[in-house]
Write a protein that binds this ligand. Structure first.
Ligand code: FNR
Length: 352
């Protein structure tokens, strides 16, 4: 049942705060260092002003896109986030059901609190990985993902070490509460491993992963156009332009500001997903106009889960899809793939 008090993602964030302890709310909300990247992801979107076209007959519209050969009903996909059962007892299973209903993609985190096999077969899902120092462990998990019907692997490459999130240190939040664990980190011997951040990974590590799987491999956390070029050269199937929602290196460029140079560096039509601070349909329009094929959302999914489980996540995805549709119409554009930089104001700054 739709909660009619929720008119924006912001409303859902507020509803989520009432259901979470301070330490869990801070874990979801927080970012590294001064959290300047977290703020700049939002500020950068707001600075970009739109220049709509008029009198274009937008009576027949679609928000659908094609991503890695698959038709989706919305250009908004779910970025990988840890610990969905910390937000709601139904956790990743609820998220997957909402994603299936929206006909989009869920990127399941390596730090999921549900076994990957149990997460919605009905959903297009990709598995996010941190390459582990024990390559055999990574390979075994990849083989499970293949068997379970996952459609792609997303290797997070912005994390040679873990970003320091001071809120978690101040709150003493280091472990999942009793009863929850990273279910996919249990090895064949039944031992729970912790997720290692491997500072020694290189492009060869990506090549080695590609050699052990037939699944498309995407890289998540690229901000430099030369790295985007190298990714293409290494046969990667797509890139997630991401600064990890500000949780890794504080002080990075906002993702929307990094996007144009990356779009320039890769071949036309190469799958580029942008995440970080997407909260409105107009943000989606901004990102697609500047070269993204799709966008991802991280925290809003956790807010939806915390505020209303599967229905809460559905509302997050539905609100954004509705806003995208309206923003397209108001820009004079009838489908996402017709957006281009023409809709972006390039004159002197008009905001703040
Ligand atoms: C994340 N993110 C993340 N990324 C990843 O590759 N693996 C992971 O396990 C996680 N876990 C995670 C937990 C939490 C609580 C957050 C907020 C984020 C980063 C995530 O995929 C994404 O890049 C950002 O969340 C996008 O920014 P927004 O939408 O949260 O602003």
């Amino acid at each position: 049942p739709a909660d009619t008090r929720w008119f924006s993602l912001d409303d859902i964030e507020k509803a989520a705060q009432n259901t979470l302890t301070k330490e869990h709310a801070d874990f979801f909300a927080g970012a590294a260092g001064d959290e300047s990247t977290l703020r700049s992801n939002r500020d950068a979107f707001e600075r970009i002003r739109l220049r709509p076209r008029v009198l274009r007959d937008v009576s027949s519209r679609s928000t659908g896109i094609t991503l890695l050969g698959r038709h989706l009903d919305t250009p908004v996909i779910v970025s990988p986030t840890a610990f969905h059962r910390l937000a709601h007892p139904d956790g990743e299973i609820a998220t997957a059901r909402a994603v299936a209903a929206a006909n989009t993609v869920m990127i399941v985190s390596m730090a999921a609190t549900t076994r990957i096999e149990a997460i919605g077969e009905e959903t297009e899902r990709w598995l996010q990985l941190y390459l582990q120092p024990d390559g055999d462990f990574t390979t075994a998990l990849v083989q499970r993902a293949e068997k379970a019907g996952y459609g792609a692997l997303v290797v997070t490459v912005d994390s040679p070490v873990l970003g320091r999130r001071e809120r978690d240190h101040r709150n003493g939040f280091h472990d999942l509460p009793a009863g929850l664990r990273c279910e996919n980190m249990v090895d064949d011997a039944g031992t729970l491993r912790s997720i290692a951040m491997d500072a020694s990974v290189t492009w060869e590590s990506v090549d080695r992963l590609r050699a052990v799987t037939g699944l498309p491999v995407l890289l998540k956390g690229v901000l430099h156009p030369d790295d985007a070029r190298r990714a293409v050269d290494h046969g990667v199937a797509g890139i997630v332009v991401s600064n990890h929602g500000g949780r890794q290196l504080d002080g990075t460029v906002a993702t929307i500001d990094a996007l144009p140079a990356i779009a320039e560096a890769v071949p036309d039509g190469f799958p580029l997903i942008l995440d970080g601070g997407v909260r409105r349909g107009i943000d989606v329009v901004r990102a697609l106009a500047l070269g993204a094929s799709a966008v991802g959302i991280g925290r809003p999914v956790l807010w939806g889960l915390a505020a209303g489980g599967q229905d809460g996540v559905s509302q997050v995805l539905d609100l954004l899809r509705t806003e995208v549709d309206e923003a397209l119409a108001l820009c004079g554009v009838s489908r996402p793939d017709h957006l281009d930089p023409d809709v972006i104001w390039t004159g002197p700054p008009t905001h703040r």
